[in-house]
Design a protein around this ligand. Sequence first.
Ligand code: G3H
Ligand code: 13P
Ligand code: ZN
Length: 314
Amino acid sequence: MPLVTTTEMFKQAYDGGYAIGAFNVNNMEIIQGITEAAKEVDAPLILQVSKGARAYANHEYLVKLVEAALEVTDLPIALHLDHGDSFEICKQCIDGGFTSVMFDGSSLPYEENVRQTREVVEYAHARGVVVEGELGTLAGVEDEVSVDADDASYTKPEQVQDFVERTGVDSLAIAIGTSHGAFKFKPGQKPQLRFDILEDIVGRLPGFPIVLHGSSSVPQELVRKVNTYGGDMPDAIGIPEEMLREAAKSAVCKINIDSDLRLAMTATIREHFAKNPADFDPRQYLKPARAAIKELVKHKIVNVLGCDGKASNL
Ligand code: G3H
Ligand code: 13P
Ligand code: ZN
């Protein structure tokens, strides 16, 4: 099966009350872990590539690795640019085989966000590629840009209809309290998402797919494992999985997860070296790391996203 766009995925996810996992990919083992998990539970996938991932692994390598995963799994997979910050990077990905791009103009003044997003949409739609836009600013770190929690802002529901109509985007990322990275809430702070804002937005955009970034749950057993085996991570708090499950039942059709994959991989590699300090064969530590990603992704698909068993409908 060739790469697909997210159009039909999102339609079925919206109607079926589940979400598709959008997992960040940076190398072969991550792609294998994610796609093997999805294959076992028959889940559609969005594999997303950030600017940093392209700089690390090279666009062509990532596209070819995803093509290999398609061939091996025969799953419906969309290849998506995560946080495109210019027309140029979106164009490169559209021309270079991606089926979906995000233009992230969330830090721009509103009218500029509309203008630049519209430009990307026109280029993308003419080539059969879909576009995710963003309104509202998430806290946290992405592509070396750090947004302090105080500078983050929730999406303004009164802007969403105008934004979607004028830009023509196919999905909209919103800020309701999720944030990038492993430190989403302060120690002692109770994790909270603004479901009232989500509900208001859904009421203004009936049937329209909503995206949640910054949706890692930061499993405490993984943080503990990192620290047990020589790490020194401060207290890290993520989004409770039951909140994501609740969001997935509504208009949220795409849930972005990266930090949890990083944690699973790092915890496993740290454990490996603590137990096998003399090892120097990369296969010996990348193999369990890949298996840990697979286990984590299977858990997310079945217990959080609810998209298991949905690939064969696409
Ligand atoms: O939202 C950002 C993603 O976690 C990607 O992170 O820019 O370090 O690749 P990155
Ligand atoms: P996390 O840092 O919560 O995994 O978020 C990832 C993300 O939003 C990628 O765009
Ligand atoms: Zn993001």
